[in-house]
Write a protein that binds this ligand. Structure first.
Ligand SMILES: [Zn+2]
Length: 297
């Protein structure tokens, strides 16, 4: 396991008891929003056998790309489809064909069948686009001086919280929000797409970790991407009964199927943003994401 895995392996914590997680996922599956991939007639052409296997495993394969066991890989479906360059849903022959091509280009057996090795290779690809993850190989990046940060408008903050960001990150967020609004994804007056967390000082995170008795596997106390001023958590909604930042699998799954998340997966790199794949709401500004030829728009 490479050094790149080290920070992300600590980036989860079970905020719901595991025995509840399966039930919550099952109930969330029943009420998913309408942002999922739609089957195009051309998606039926391709590797049929692999498609049959994927159609089952997308709901059942136990994977743990970020260190926490998860049942199925539906949560990652849009990210994977975008990465391998298809619009076809996980259980289709078109998806299997595209996956096989991606596997072949990444020293994996080109079966078109999702497995833990392939998901791990995809995760490595996503993580390597995050300068924060690369920087933590050398230690934890320094936090900027707060006078270098810019405050978001009240209308851009979730619940009126103080939101501080690097000026370039805030400007890029504003461009992205404007484009999402133009695409009809943010209803007027809605808190959707507002920012609920951005810069957090190392001292603040350490105190919160102690106060809430929740250190996110120590990452909050030691080295969070939020200390850089480049990272932001965007409100993409929540499953009924959850808050927008709940990392419960049922909530992650719900958000991962929303039209707004689908739009972000396809478009955020145009504005310089990359996603932390475990948390649909967490986006980091990376100036050169625009120029990354691996990112499909
Ligand atoms: Zn975050």
């Amino acid at each position: 396991m490479g050094a790149i895995n080290k920070p992300s392996l600590r980036l989860w914590f079970p905020c719901v008891r595991q025995e509840w997680a399966g039930l919550l996922v099952a109930s969330a599956m029943a009420s998913l929003p309408a942002g999922a991939l739609a089957a195009d007639p051309s998606c039926t052409r391709g590797a049929q056998q692999a498609a049959t296997v994927n159609a089952q495993s997308v709901k059942t394969l136990v994977v743990s790309p970020f260190g926490r066991p998860e049942t199925g890989w539906k949560f990652y479906e849009l990210l994977i489809a975008n990465e391998v360059g298809t619009n076809c849903p996980a259980g289709s022959a078109g998806f299997a064909d595209a996956l096989a091509r991606w596997q072949g280009g990444h020293t994996l057996e080109p079966t078109g069948i999702m497995n833990e090795l392939t998901l791990d290779a995809l995760k490595q690809t996503w993580q390597q686009r995050r300068p924060f993850v690369l920087a933590t190989r050398e230690g934890c990046p320094e936090a900027p001086e707060e006078r270098m940060l810019q405050r978001a408008a009240v209308s851009e903050s979730y619940g009126g919280k103080t939101i501080l960001l690097r000026p370039k990150a805030l400007a890029a967020y504003r461009q992205m929000a404007e484009a999402a609004r133009k695409a009809g994804l943010i209803p007027r007056g809605s808190a959707l797409f507002s920012i609920f967390s951005a810069y957090r000082s190392p001292a603040y995170d350490a105190a919160r970790c102690v106060r809430e008795n929740n250190c996110q596997g120590l990452v909050r106390a030691t080295c969070s991407a939020h200390r850089t001023g480049w990272a932001m958590d965007i409100n993409l909604g929540a499953a009924p009964g959850f808050t927008p930042d709940s990392s419960a699998d049922a909530n992650r799954l719900y958000i991962s199927q929303t039209p707004i998340y689908r739009w972000l997966v396809r478009n955020a790199s145009r504005f310089g943003f990359v996603n932390y794949a475990f948390e649909p709401w967490h986006w980091e500004f990376v100036e050169n994401a625009r120029a990354n030829p691996d990112v499909h728009n």
